[in-house]
Design a protein. Sequence first.
Length: 220
Amino acid sequence: MTYRAVETLRQADLIACEDTRTSQTLLSHFDIHKPLVSYHNFNERKVTEKLISRLQLGENIALISDAGTPSISDPGFIIVRGAIAAGIPIVPIPGASASISALAISGLPTDAFIFHGFLPQTRGKRRTVIESLADRRETLVFYESPFKIHKLIDLLFELLGNRQVVLCRELTKKFEEIIRGDLEAVRAKIAGRVLKGEITLVVEGRTRKAERGESDKAED
């Protein structure tokens, strides 16, 4: 948490958050006592209308999420769009973002990257998305559930080959863990493990070396 973020929460009239119990732990740590309203994927359309009405009355509302930056693969997009339509100013308060943090320490190119967030739930749709990214040279950044990370590693290896990856778990938190290597090596390192927490996976983009290798094979 930055000093600015703490001060913003202290000055807010209302704090919208995914889980009031999770957020209360954070707020108690900083001795912040403000009214909370639950705002998550399953109620954001309904609650947005009420929050916009309160904003139009001049209240200041802070939006936080359980982990990461609100509206980046998290609730927030709907209310941001609603506030824009209503002419209400929106102030971004920079803080921890798993995608940017993972990219910054990945050691993979950062001048151009594709952030995809969470892939589709079904295997067929996952394959389609990954195949559409197979020829992109930009570094790829994904979010994944700890329950599905093993299968994602297997699928990436099948569709992209043995690329370099960095698996980041619980970034900026107590149990932060960073696992580096190619897909085959990372798969071996996490084999048999039950991973927990938020996972960000940074994947090497298609390289010129790989293209040359495929070209050589074609000529043979």
